[in-house]
Design a protein around this ligand. Sequence first.
Ligand SMILES: *Cc1c(COP(=O)(O)O)cnc(C)c1O
Length: 389
Amino acid sequence: MTDVMDIVRNHNSYRAATLNLQVSENVLSQKAREALSSDMASRYSLVIDSDDAYGGTRYSTELLAQVERLACDVYGARYAEVRTIGGHIAASAVLLGLIRKRESIMAVAEKNGGYTGYAQGYLPHMYGFQSYYIPFNGGRQEIDLASFEKVMDEISPKLIVLGQSFFVKPYDLKQIRRIADRFDSLIAYDGSHVMGLIAGKQFQPDVLEYCDVLYGSTHKTFFGPQGGIVLTNDRHIMDSVRKSLIWKTMDNYHISRVAALGVALEEMKKYGKEYAANVVSNTKKLARSMDESGIPVDHAPWYSESHQSLLNSEKLKEMGLSFLEFSKKLEANGMIVDREGRIGSAEVTRMGIRDIERVGPLMAEAMKGGDVKDEVRKIVSELSIQYCE
Ligand SMILES: *Cc1c(COP(=O)(O)O)cnc(C)c1O
């Protein structure tokens, strides 16, 4: 049998030799990796009523307070919760904390790019509340505000959950807040995909001005370790979220992950604006280069305001390819994309890619069955991690 470490090394060298255009991934700096694999990775901490149930925690106590302060600083929030071990756990804690059984939420439907976890069979089923869809105009990638106001009148949900997994345009939060206030609804923003762009103030910079709580993953456009984060200016909301953590949505938090998150927050504080601006401009350039090379990208001429652009599944099918087949053709040439038709530029931006418009024609060639492995390898060889010391 192969040693496990051989599998790990194989993975590392495979990924180091490929161009990663996956929308949900990013890379950690050397310093963040060091924190993640430190002694903290196997230690316990369980903070109950401000005392830790474990000894040996003097530095983890200091760490937690410092990383919370950094998170507040980077997001301009009064309160931060950094212990949630994933975006989904952050969502669970927020929903559990804010909604009681038989109350309702509204969220963007899966078919419009919303997160599956908010569909009736998942978190709503677990916690016993009802989930309804927010009317959405797919062509414009906008909430249909007139229909939304009508549906709000019927449902008056306790909570509106904004944010999407297929996410190319920020919302008109001022209007959504106005409607929510008419019905006394809270607004949560699941920024999982765009937390790094929000940190760099290049996507929905007004989120905490209009929404009651912001949460999401720390490893998509936010280039930290896998985990979740919750931010709010409202102390009662933070108290409710914190009461939904220990023994409900999780037990111990992962200290080494919080340490690595802290390192990434320091990096984001220093370089976030430049990084996020480059991510957005690279996304547009890459989308245009794909479109001009014959890959069907939606939403021309603006394509996207985020880190991802979206392929058109019908047009791709007419060319004889499913998203899965498209992904496999690219991977055979050293380019990695997901199997859902999303193309991302966050990781390659962090790796300092120059002239990203070179990539569109290579993808198109690979899609048609061509061999562009050498050209891809050359681009990969130019990359090295940026936006860190
Ligand atoms: C990815 C994603 C999640 C889940 O995040 P994890 O960190 O994988 O738990 C939740 N919400 C949205 C909108 C997402 O895109």
